[in-house]
Ligand binder design. Structure first.
Ligand code: ADP
Ligand code: ZN
Length: 600
């Protein structure tokens, strides 16, 4: 079969994505290849299609045992002979897989590195022709990366012994340093490196001003009823609390973090993957081994660690290419808490952490297109407007001259001795009679009560903007405000201050949630549900995740096209010969049944 035939007949896809075609040709020409693609970009096909065309075996090294099993099951569903060897297999199964490999029937063998280095694995690979060595998560080979695994270095040795095998290295890590390191370690020429765009167009990016996270989360969940999503929190405690709260409100939700017992954690993950539970509330511990294609939203309840983790985490949404929503709940105040923690680190760590934080703050507070900001960070040019982020869909309002109010605020900070935080300063401005103010004698200041014309929230917004624009600096631990040199000319009336309206920022500002209605567009929602139930039933029977039977996209396509026979069924997205053989009749039956009832 040619690569195009494999794409259509085995995988059931119409066209190649991104650089897949060029990459596959490069691999088929037996040129060692490095593939850099974002999560969900479609890296797997880059070695799976060559594997089906090569005569011999393709060995795939991956550090993630759970993903390995997932890939093998998916390939088996496509009628491809793939097996894995790892420590999680029972002896019988292990032996059976060995037999199959020796017989030469197996096209893809998935292994953890430690299994690959075993003497007996090496012997095995000496007995069968190996045409391709695939190194998944290839950034693990670089100690510049975030996930260095020393055992990955030994792959260089193994590779030398596998003469005649082409090497394919794949990763979603984009930094130039790591890329150069992988190229050097594996001696892959720059001409054999393929870097796909990191723009995931189906991800809608939202940053929301975090003022009432619980109700904001609930608002988002209501927009995504019946859909799968992940909510990331900073700490285990927060995970437990939020999961508990959502559960009490009747949502289908489970927690996931490193503090849970191994089997609870594994079980919660399984429930999510199998569509038995819709929402996972998790720390960053969740996601590495997840391949679920129909995650429709990712919420960051707290600020992520850095922009790269953020990108990885939102990348888990919408792998199937359908629209998915990403929400970051952000409050400037929280960055002060983070700064406080950072202040306790040693110098080098502090420098890195502060610059990572600055990048995130810039992303969240900037008023240019979110996608443009993100892509620039990864060194990619982007259009000024993506029309798929909150900024593009709700352009920030014109700024207004708020010089007088700003002067009032700054001079109140100065008169109170630059020793207080926003709340206190605002109380003085509005002439509050708190004990603290009276005790400090601040009720006799000239700035006492000069701000009674504006609301508390308006003054707080003013304070935030003065910090954001650099007229005030806020000390990390207690949030104490102090003037910066920029403040002087403003106080003297030599410069002006332009800000956003001082009304509280709307917290309902959401770009455009990928509502199910919209996803289904011309499809038959009722039929989709019928097919979805069938899929779940078949998956449970075989102890598989539903997406291994058919992706959501396939079901949507079926409920739109309403195929009537084999030929039409094979036209459906993601349906190849094997899927037709296995499930075609059953789904055709339901579809025909449905259409007949409609016409009566
Ligand atoms: P990655 O490994 O880069 O995170 P995957 O290889 O898992 O991404 O692919 C993500 C999803 O996109 C999968 O569901 C896969 O089946 C689908 N996909 C990949 N290539 C194509 C294509 N050419 N046409 C349609 N769907 C594709
Ligand atoms: Zn945009």
């Amino acid at each position: 079969m040619t690569r195009d035939e494999v794409l259509r007949n085995v995988f059931g896809y119409e066209t190649f994505r991104l650089d897949q075609q060029r990459i596959i040709d490069n691999v088929l020409a037996k040129r060692d290849t490095l593939v850099i693609m974002p999560t969900g970009g479609g890296k797997s096909l880059c070695y799976q299609i060559p594997a089906l065309i090569f005569e011999g075996l393709t060995v795939v090294v991956s550090p993630l045992i759970s993903l390995m099993q997932d890939q093998v099951s998916q390939l088996n569903q496509l009628g491809v002979s793939a097996v894995c060897l790892n420590s999680s297999l029972g002896l019988d199964e292990y032996e059976m897989n060995l037999l199959e490999i020796r017989s030469g029937k197996v096209k893809l063998l998935y292994l953890a590195p430690e299994t690959l280095f075993l003497e007996r694995t090496q012997r095995l690979l000496g007995q069968v022709p190996v045409d391709c060595l695939t190194i998944d998560e290839a950034h693990c080979i670089s100690d510049w990366g975030h996930d260095f695994r020393p055992e990955y270095r030994k792959l260089i040795e193994v590779r030398r012994r596998l003469k005649g095998a082409v090497t394919v290295a794949l990763t979603a890590t984009a930094t130039e340093r790591v890329r150069a390191d992988i190229r050097e370690q594996l001696s892959i020429g720059a001409g054999d490196e393929f870097i796909a765009s990191f723009d995931r167009k189906n991800l809608f990016l939202n940053v929301m001003h975090k003022d009432n996270p619980q109700s904001q989360v609930i608002g988002i969940l209501r927009e995504h009823a019946e859909e799968s999503g992940i909510i990331y929190c900073y700490s285990r405690n927060q995970v437990d609390e939020l999961a508990h709260f959502l559960h009490s409100r009747g949502f289908s939700v489970k927690p996931y973090h490193a503090g849970l017992a191994d089997d609870t954690r594994a079980n919660n993950q399984r429930l999510f993957i199998r569509d038995d539970v819709q929402i996972i509330v998790a720390t960053v511990a969740f996601g590495m081994g997840i391949n679920k294609p129909n995650v429709r939203f990712v919420i960051h309840h707290d600020l992520p660690k850095n922009i790269e983790s953020y990108y990885q985490e939102i990348g888990r949404a919408g792998r199937d290419g359908l629209k998915a929503d990403c929400y970051l709940l952000y409050s400037h105040g929280e960055t002060n808490k983070i700064k406080f923690f950072i202040a306790q680190k040693d110098d080098e760590e502090k420098r890195v952490a502060l610059s990572q934080l600055a990048t995130l703050v810039n992303y969240a507070e900037s008023e240019v297109c979110r996608r443009k900001t993100l892509l620039q960070y990864f060194g990619e040019e982007a259009a000024d407007r993506c029309n798929a982020c909150d900024i593009c869909l709700n352009p920030p309002k014109e700024k207004t001259d708020f010089t007088v109010a700003a002067q009032k605020f700054l001079s109140c900070v100065k008169r109170t001795g630059e020793r207080f935080g926003t709340t206190y300063v605002v109380d003085v401005l509005r002439g509050a009679k708190t004990q603290k103010i009276l005790a400090n004698g601040h009720d006799s200041l000239s700035t006492y009560g000069i701000g009674h014309d504006l609301s508390k929230t308006a003054w707080q917004a003013m304070g935030r903007q003065l910090v954001q624009q650099g007229f005030l600096k806020q000390e990390a631990e207690f949030g104490t405000l102090a003037l910066t040199p920029l403040a002087i000319p403003l106080l003297k009336g030599e410069t002006a201050f332009f800000g956003k309206t001082l009304a509280p920022e709307s917290s309902g500002k959401i770009a455009a949630p990928a509502k199910k209605r919209e996803l289904l567009a011309n499809a038959n929602a009722e039929l989709f549900e019928i097919l979805r139930r069938k899929r779940k039933e078949l998956a449970d029977e075989q102890n598989l995740a539903p997406y291994m039977i058919f992706s959501d996209k396939s079901l949507i396509d079926m409920s739109t096209r309403l195929p009537r026979n084999r030929a039409e069924f094979l036209e459906v997205h993601g349906v190849g010969e094997a899927k037709w053989q296995r499930y075609g009749e059953q789904f055709l039956f339901l579809i025909n049944n449905y259409t007949e009832n409609q016409t009566v």
